[in-house]
Design a protein around this ligand. Structure first.
Ligand SMILES: [Zn+2]
Length: 229
Protein backbone atom coordinates (compact mmCIF):
# COMPACT_ATOMS: atom_id res chain seq x y z
CA UNK A 1 0.00 0.00 0.00
CA UNK A 2 1.52 3.28 -1.09
CA UNK A 3 2.01 5.97 1.51
CA UNK A 4 1.37 9.56 0.45
CA UNK A 5 3.52 12.19 2.13
CA UNK A 6 2.83 15.87 1.58
CA UNK A 7 6.06 17.87 1.39
CA UNK A 8 4.29 21.21 0.85
CA UNK A 9 1.16 22.56 -0.86
CA UNK A 10 2.48 21.68 -4.32
CA UNK A 11 4.75 18.73 -3.77
CA UNK A 12 4.16 15.16 -2.69
CA UNK A 13 6.18 12.00 -2.44
CA UNK A 14 4.52 8.63 -2.66
CA UNK A 15 6.37 5.84 -0.90
CA UNK A 16 5.91 2.47 -2.58
CA UNK A 17 7.96 0.16 -0.37
CA UNK A 18 11.57 0.28 -1.54
CA UNK A 19 10.97 2.99 -4.10
CA UNK A 20 9.19 6.33 -4.26
CA UNK A 21 7.74 8.60 -6.89
CA UNK A 22 6.82 12.26 -6.85
CA UNK A 23 4.05 14.67 -7.74
CA UNK A 24 5.05 18.24 -8.58
CA UNK A 25 2.17 20.69 -9.09
CA UNK A 26 2.45 24.00 -10.92
CA UNK A 27 -0.40 26.44 -11.55
CA UNK A 28 -1.48 24.83 -14.82
CA UNK A 29 -0.26 21.26 -14.81
CA UNK A 30 1.00 18.64 -12.44
CA UNK A 31 3.86 16.26 -13.19
CA UNK A 32 3.95 12.75 -11.86
CA UNK A 33 7.62 11.76 -11.79
CA UNK A 34 7.82 7.97 -12.16
CA UNK A 35 5.04 5.53 -11.28
CA UNK A 36 6.61 3.15 -8.75
CA UNK A 37 6.98 -0.60 -8.58
CA UNK A 38 3.61 -1.88 -7.29
CA UNK A 39 1.41 1.13 -7.95
CA UNK A 40 -0.65 0.47 -11.07
CA UNK A 41 -2.94 3.15 -9.65
CA UNK A 42 -0.25 5.86 -9.56
CA UNK A 43 -2.33 8.11 -11.82
CA UNK A 44 -5.40 7.70 -9.61
CA UNK A 45 -3.33 8.51 -6.56
CA UNK A 46 -2.16 11.71 -8.29
CA UNK A 47 -5.73 12.59 -9.33
CA UNK A 48 -6.72 12.35 -5.69
CA UNK A 49 -4.14 15.00 -4.83
CA UNK A 50 -4.68 17.60 -7.55
CA UNK A 51 -7.37 18.79 -9.97
CA UNK A 52 -4.75 19.90 -12.50
CA UNK A 53 -4.15 17.91 -15.69
CA UNK A 54 -1.43 15.35 -15.01
CA UNK A 55 1.57 14.62 -17.20
CA UNK A 56 4.06 11.83 -16.58
CA UNK A 57 7.84 12.15 -16.69
CA UNK A 58 10.01 9.06 -16.16
CA UNK A 59 13.51 9.44 -14.71
CA UNK A 60 14.31 6.07 -16.31
CA UNK A 61 12.57 2.79 -17.15
CA UNK A 62 13.78 0.17 -14.68
CA UNK A 63 10.74 -1.89 -13.61
CA UNK A 64 10.51 -0.26 -10.18
CA UNK A 65 9.74 3.12 -11.79
CA UNK A 66 7.11 2.34 -14.42
CA UNK A 67 4.39 0.20 -12.80
CA UNK A 68 1.65 2.79 -13.35
CA UNK A 69 2.75 4.00 -16.80
CA UNK A 70 0.02 2.11 -18.67
CA UNK A 71 -2.60 4.59 -17.40
CA UNK A 72 -0.96 7.22 -19.64
CA UNK A 73 -1.23 7.20 -23.46
CA UNK A 74 1.92 9.28 -23.68
CA UNK A 75 4.65 10.38 -21.32
CA UNK A 76 8.06 12.06 -21.25
CA UNK A 77 11.17 9.89 -21.36
CA UNK A 78 14.67 10.15 -22.79
CA UNK A 79 14.75 8.25 -26.13
CA UNK A 80 17.87 6.31 -25.08
CA UNK A 81 15.65 4.62 -22.50
CA UNK A 82 13.20 3.14 -24.98
CA UNK A 83 14.94 -0.27 -25.24
CA UNK A 84 14.90 -0.68 -21.46
CA UNK A 85 11.26 0.42 -21.32
CA UNK A 86 9.93 -1.86 -24.07
CA UNK A 87 11.93 -4.82 -22.75
CA UNK A 88 10.05 -4.46 -19.47
CA UNK A 89 6.74 -4.53 -21.32
CA UNK A 90 6.28 -0.77 -21.36
CA UNK A 91 3.54 0.55 -23.64
CA UNK A 92 2.43 3.97 -24.82
CA UNK A 93 3.99 6.82 -26.75
CA UNK A 94 7.28 8.33 -25.63
CA UNK A 95 7.55 12.11 -25.90
CA UNK A 96 11.32 12.56 -26.08
CA UNK A 97 13.07 14.72 -23.49
CA UNK A 98 16.66 15.77 -24.05
CA UNK A 99 19.36 17.76 -22.30
CA UNK A 100 18.22 21.34 -21.72
CA UNK A 101 14.54 20.72 -22.50
CA UNK A 102 12.11 22.55 -20.28
CA UNK A 103 8.66 21.51 -19.16
CA UNK A 104 6.59 24.37 -17.78
CA UNK A 105 3.95 23.39 -15.21
CA UNK A 106 2.93 27.03 -14.72
CA UNK A 107 5.18 29.02 -12.39
CA UNK A 108 7.23 25.88 -12.02
CA UNK A 109 9.76 25.16 -14.72
CA UNK A 110 11.40 21.75 -14.94
CA UNK A 111 14.70 21.44 -16.76
CA UNK A 112 15.96 18.11 -18.08
CA UNK A 113 19.56 17.03 -17.46
CA UNK A 114 20.77 13.84 -19.14
CA UNK A 115 22.61 11.55 -16.71
CA UNK A 116 23.32 8.23 -18.47
CA UNK A 117 25.18 5.49 -16.58
CA UNK A 118 22.69 3.82 -14.24
CA UNK A 119 20.68 3.35 -17.44
CA UNK A 120 21.35 4.78 -20.93
CA UNK A 121 18.48 7.27 -20.81
CA UNK A 122 18.42 8.29 -17.14
CA UNK A 123 17.54 11.94 -16.61
CA UNK A 124 17.62 14.31 -13.68
CA UNK A 125 15.00 17.03 -13.36
CA UNK A 126 15.86 20.47 -12.02
CA UNK A 127 12.96 22.32 -10.42
CA UNK A 128 14.52 25.76 -10.78
CA UNK A 129 12.13 27.80 -8.68
CA UNK A 130 12.13 25.43 -5.72
CA UNK A 131 15.85 24.59 -5.98
CA UNK A 132 15.19 20.84 -6.06
CA UNK A 133 17.09 18.29 -8.12
CA UNK A 134 15.26 15.04 -8.85
CA UNK A 135 18.03 12.50 -9.34
CA UNK A 136 16.22 9.24 -10.13
CA UNK A 137 18.46 6.40 -8.92
CA UNK A 138 21.76 8.12 -9.71
CA UNK A 139 22.28 10.23 -6.57
CA UNK A 140 21.02 8.35 -3.52
CA UNK A 141 22.34 6.87 -0.28
CA UNK A 142 20.80 3.40 -0.69
CA UNK A 143 22.08 0.65 -2.94
CA UNK A 144 22.79 1.80 -6.48
CA UNK A 145 22.22 -0.96 -9.04
CA UNK A 146 25.14 -1.05 -11.46
CA UNK A 147 25.04 -4.73 -12.42
CA UNK A 148 23.52 -6.37 -15.45
CA UNK A 149 22.79 -4.97 -18.85
CA UNK A 150 22.91 -1.32 -19.85
CA UNK A 151 24.92 -0.06 -16.88
CA UNK A 152 28.00 2.04 -17.51
CA UNK A 153 30.16 3.18 -14.58
CA UNK A 154 32.28 5.55 -16.65
CA UNK A 155 29.19 7.37 -17.89
CA UNK A 156 27.78 7.29 -14.35
CA UNK A 157 30.82 9.19 -13.05
CA UNK A 158 30.66 11.69 -15.95
CA UNK A 159 26.98 12.25 -15.20
CA UNK A 160 27.69 12.97 -11.53
CA UNK A 161 30.26 15.54 -12.65
CA UNK A 162 27.68 17.00 -15.02
CA UNK A 163 25.23 17.44 -12.13
CA UNK A 164 27.89 19.39 -10.27
CA UNK A 165 27.84 21.99 -13.06
CA UNK A 166 24.38 22.94 -11.79
CA UNK A 167 25.28 22.76 -8.09
CA UNK A 168 24.48 26.38 -7.28
CA UNK A 169 20.92 25.80 -8.46
CA UNK A 170 19.63 23.19 -5.98
CA UNK A 171 19.64 22.79 -2.21
CA UNK A 172 17.94 19.41 -1.91
CA UNK A 173 18.11 16.24 -3.95
CA UNK A 174 15.03 14.07 -4.26
CA UNK A 175 16.05 10.52 -5.13
CA UNK A 176 13.81 7.54 -5.70
CA UNK A 177 15.50 5.28 -3.12
CA UNK A 178 17.22 5.78 0.23
CA UNK A 179 16.97 8.82 2.51
CA UNK A 180 14.78 11.75 1.59
CA UNK A 181 15.99 14.31 0.79
CA UNK A 182 19.75 14.03 0.41
CA UNK A 183 22.19 16.92 0.19
CA UNK A 184 24.32 17.95 -2.80
CA UNK A 185 27.62 16.99 -1.11
CA UNK A 186 26.62 13.35 -1.57
CA UNK A 187 27.54 13.77 -5.24
CA UNK A 188 31.24 14.22 -4.39
CA UNK A 189 31.23 11.11 -2.24
CA UNK A 190 29.56 9.06 -4.95
CA UNK A 191 32.17 10.25 -7.46
CA UNK A 192 34.90 9.07 -5.06
CA UNK A 193 33.27 5.67 -4.48
CA UNK A 194 32.47 5.03 -8.13
CA UNK A 195 36.00 6.04 -9.12
CA UNK A 196 37.48 3.60 -6.58
CA UNK A 197 35.34 0.82 -8.03
CA UNK A 198 36.34 1.82 -11.54
CA UNK A 199 40.05 1.82 -10.59
CA UNK A 200 39.79 -1.56 -8.86
CA UNK A 201 40.85 -0.14 -5.49
CA UNK A 202 37.50 -0.62 -3.71
CA UNK A 203 36.88 -3.75 -1.66
CA UNK A 204 33.66 -5.60 -2.52
CA UNK A 205 31.90 -8.69 -1.20
CA UNK A 206 29.75 -11.22 -3.03
CA UNK A 207 26.01 -11.13 -2.36
CA UNK A 208 23.24 -13.07 -4.02
CA UNK A 209 20.49 -10.98 -5.52
CA UNK A 210 17.60 -12.34 -7.62
CA UNK A 211 19.53 -15.63 -7.87
CA UNK A 212 22.58 -13.86 -9.23
CA UNK A 213 25.99 -13.34 -7.61
CA UNK A 214 26.88 -9.67 -7.65
CA UNK A 215 29.62 -7.63 -6.05
CA UNK A 216 28.54 -5.29 -3.26
CA UNK A 217 30.70 -2.27 -2.52
CA UNK A 218 29.53 -0.77 0.74
CA UNK A 219 30.65 2.74 1.59
CA UNK A 220 29.50 4.74 4.64
CA UNK A 221 27.41 7.02 2.40
CA UNK A 222 25.92 4.52 -0.12
CA UNK A 223 26.39 1.12 -1.67
CA UNK A 224 26.98 -0.04 -5.23
CA UNK A 225 25.91 -3.41 -6.61
CA UNK A 226 28.09 -4.28 -9.58
CA UNK A 227 28.85 -7.20 -11.87
CA UNK A 228 31.41 -9.58 -10.42
CA UNK A 229 34.84 -8.94 -11.85
ZN1 LIG B 1 15.14 2.13 -8.95
Amino acid sequence: MAEIIKINENTYRIEDGEVRFLLFCGTEKAALIDTGMNTHDAKEIAEGLTDLPIILINTHADPDHISGNSAFDEFYMNPAEEGNYREHGGKGKIIPILEGDEIDLGERNLRIIEIPGHTPGSVAILDEKNRILVSGDTVQDGRIFMFGERRNMEQFIDSLRHLKEFEGQYDDIYSMHGSFPVKPDLIDRLIDGATEIQNGTAEGSTVNLFGMDVCYYKFPYAGFLCDKV
